[in-house]
Design a protein around this ligand. Structure first.
Ligand code: ZN
Length: 372
């Protein structure tokens, strides 16, 4: 009888074997677990670890029990496990009130009239109720020993300007800020801004020309992020975020993220070049801008958007199905790391082809930083 646990231990060691040391840290955004059993999750995580991934940013709703289960399996396989949970997009649930949702410049609420897409139910970042909700939600998950960190996403305003590669999909030409995509004009935001600056933003003909109004909204996001950082750090856990590229060239302008002011432990700019009609050299430029803005004081992991079906890319109209081809992946990694990124993050491992994995394995073992 005593042999059974011993055998179990051997099997465990074999199935969760540690791959050769890799040079470049590779993280991955991954959703789950759906109906996957523990055994299926274990096989999936072991496979990813063997392919060189060291950290999962795992998205599984808001139930701590799910993160506890998946996190235990991930950690048994030697993976770092971060809970990836959207912040300011919240589907309606009994805990959310309609008046907590963000309001655009023509008075429409993201509660029942979201911009662009059905999942764009953005809440207002300027409400105590939202602070309380996010505190409780993130706090309960950061409390879990199976969770190494919290990964914020949708920690921003809706895109007041869409990335250029998405204009066609939505039938828009966004050469300036339009009021129906500009948030938040709820009563609290309008009155707080008036109290702070004396400006009644609703009486201004073109709010995009008021720099104080822009700064007010950058600050709303920064204040919320830094508050959540305190919540998570109080539990001795890491907190980081998926952000738009920049911060100055894109993130501030289109989603009002001044992320170089955020008190986070790491940053994951979504350097999704096809969304901006750019190539791999641009990924390097974005990494350089980001690490410079952070004064090289915090790690930046370059988010890479992988093409799920390379053969169909040329005829695929939806940019969400575009992304890096196997022939571009090595250049994307090289551009990222040689321009200061601490590593990369894949969106997503499920989109990787066999050819991609071969390219990745070689690239992760390459020294792109020179003999500095
Ligand atoms: Zn508001």
């Amino acid at each position: 009888m005593k042999k059974i646990p011993f055998l179990f231990g051997i099997m465990f060691l074999v199935s969760c074997k540690t791959p050769e040391e890799t040079r470049i840290p590779c993280h991955a955004w991954l959703g789950g677990p759906g109906k996957a059993t523990d055994a299926v999750l274990k096989a999936q995580f072991t496979d990813l670890k063997d392919k060189g991934i060291v950290r999962l940013m795992y998205s599984a709703g808001q139930d701590p029990a799910v993160y506890k289960r998946a996190g235990k399996i991930a950690k048994d396989c030697g993976l770092q496990f971060h809970a990836w949970i959207p912040s300011l997009t919240q589907n309606y649930n009994p805990k959310m009130k309609p008046e907590w949702y963000a309001v655009n410049g023509i008075g429409e609420s993201a509660y029942d009239k979201p911009a662009y897409a059905d999942h764009y139910h953005f809440v207002c970042p300027n409400r105590q109720e939202i602070y309380d909700y996010l505190d409780a939600m993130y706090g309960s998950i950061a409390d879990l020993p199976e969770v190494d960190g919290i990964h914020l996403d949708f920690i921003r305003f809706p895109d007041v300007i869409l990335a250029k590669g998405l204009w066609k999909k939505y039938g828009l030409v966004m050469d300036r800020e339009f009021p129906q995509f500009d948030y938040c004009y709820c009563d609290k935001c309008v009155s707080d801004f008036k109290a702070q600056t004396g400006i009644d933003i609703k009486s201004v003909k073109d709010p995009s020309e008021v720099p104080e109004w822009k700064q007010f909204r950058y600050d709303l996001i920064t204040r919320l992020v830094n508050h959540l950082a305190e919540t998570v750090h109080a539990r001795n856990k890491e907190i980081n975020a998926a952000v738009f590229p920049g911060p100055n060239s894109i993130a501030r302008k289109i989603v009002r993220q001044e992320w170089d002011k955020w008190n986070l432990d790491a940053f994951y700019p979504m350097n999704y070049n096809d969304f901006y009609l750019e190539g791999t050299a641009w990924i390097g430029e974005m990494c350089r801008e980001g690490v410079t803005a952070l004064n090289n004081e915090k790690p930046l992991y370059s988010g890479l958007f992988i093409c799920p079906d390379p053969a169909a890319k040329a005829s695929e109209p939806d940019p969400e199905n575009h992304g890096l081809l196997p022939g571009e992946l090595e250049a994307a990694i090289r551009e990222s790391v040689s321009n200061g990124a601490a590593g990369i993050c894949l969106f997503t491992p499920d989109r990787m082809t066999e050819e991609d994995w071969v390219v990745l394995e070689k690239a992760l073992r390459t020294n792109y930083t020179g003999n500095k």
